[in-house]
Design a protein around this ligand. Structure first.
Ligand code: KG4
Ligand code: ZN
Length: 351
């Protein structure tokens, strides 16, 4: 415990992780607890919203207690409590917001509302102690695909977003059709190791005159290709993996997603003057995306920040960090603070 630090408790319950963390002055990770519900939802092949809310209710208090204990501080040492207020599953968000509101009131500290994407972006500050806005951030997860100009800690410019599915959704859906399990991203990443990245043809879709993303066509094309392999294999009486080994299928699909993301990032770099780029969100854990982004930054002579793996997927340290900077900019929740399933990043942070 250092008296010069401002300790923020972060709480995150927007999807299927019940998370609490303590971060000192926005940059120093003091504790980071994540209670994952993956095992429960894996039985159903995806997140079941009602179950997610009930699991959050069960675990939130112990997770917060552990976060403080690990940090070696007590609630009275906190400067504020930060919580994700949206976007996400509304029932899941409500558990975190209601808990954080009562907790902050009980310890007489301010409550800071945080946007989930703003949180993912803040994982960059926890991974590199020097990095400062402005920078260009590719935020890619199960629910989001955004290219964000981070103009200041709490000021953002959306340069592009997805018109349909997020890349994580595409990974999860294709993994489900492959029978790999949930969540699909890390399983496809693992299956792709050593595979041929050009085993068959997949589109890398671009929308004309726009940097917006679209992944539904690529997702459908991958699933149709898999169906074709399965039909052909059935006719020949052989396993479909004799026509295209699983590693090749996974590597080709992963390559198409990663190449699409990096080509948008490259266009954004070429159309703007940012000298630093970063990636964030669950899909930024992808090994091929991390490699291609490194190559892009080297080629363009840009500084690159890639968060450590544990900070890519949902966590509360990123919420505590974003909360610290929001608190410094004067953002404080009122007693009427609500949880919102859809929430625009620019409008939210301008309000
Ligand atoms: O950020 P996150 O935890 O939650 C959302 O805000 O959506 O992201 C979860 C997503 C899932 O779709 C998961 O499959 C994907 O991130 N993911 C990955 C990898 N690790 C997690 N996708 C590709 N490669 C990975 N290694
Ligand atoms: Zn997320």
């Amino acid at each position: 415990m250092n008296k010069d630090n401002k300790y923020i408790l972060g709480i995150e319950t927007s999807c299927d992780e019940t998370a609490a963390a303590v971060v000192a002055s926005g940059r120093h990770l003091t504790s980071n607890m994540v209670a994952s519900q993956i095992d429960v939802h894996a039985l159903y092949g995806g997140v079941v919203p009602e179950i997610a809310s009930r699991e959050h209710l069960k675990t939130i208090m112990p997770v917060v207690d552990q976060a403080l204990k690990r940090a070696g501080i007590s609630a009275s040492d906190l400067s504020a409590v930060a919580v994700t207020v949206g976007p996400g599953l509304v029932g899941a968000l409500l558990v975190g917001v209601s808990f954080a509101k009562s907790y902050a009131a009980a310890i007489r500290k301010p409550l800071i509302p945080v946007h989930h994407i703003e949180g993912h972006i803040a994982s960059v500050y926890l991974s590199d102690s020097e990095v400062k806005p402005p920078f260009l951030c590719l935020v890619v997860s199960g629910g989001h695909s955004h290219l964000v100009g981070v103009e200041d800690y709490s000021r953002f410019r959306i340069i592009a977003k997805t018109r349909d599915d997020a890349p994580g959704e595409a990974f999860d859906k294709v993994a489900r059709v492959l029978g790999l399990g949930y969540p699909g991203g890390p399983l496809i990443d693992k299956a792709a190791q050593g595979g041929d990245r050009q085993a068959f043809n997949l589109p890398q879709p671009r929308i004309e005159n726009s940097l917006d993303f679209s992944f539904s066509g690529l997702k459908t094309a991958a699933i149709q290709q898999l169906d074709r392999f399965k039909r052909e294999a059935k006719k020949k009486g052989i396993p479909w993996t004799d026509l295209c080994p699983l590693a090749d299928f996974a590597a080709t699909f992963q390559e198409a997603v990663a190449k699409t993301l990096v080509s948008h990032l490259q266009s954004a770099v070429e159309q703007t003057a940012y000298e630093t780029i970063a990636i964030a969100g669950g899909v930024s854990a992808n090994s091929r995306l991390r490699k291609l982004v490194q190559e892009l930054s080297a080629e363009k002579g840009l500084k690159l920040v890639v968060p450590q793996m544990s900070l890519c997927t949902d966590n509360a340290a990123m919420v505590a960090s974003a909360g610290y900077f929001a608190w410094k900019s004067g953002r404080i929740a009122g007693a009427d603070q609500d949880a919102t399933s859809t929430l625009d990043l620019e409008l939210f942070t301008q309000a």
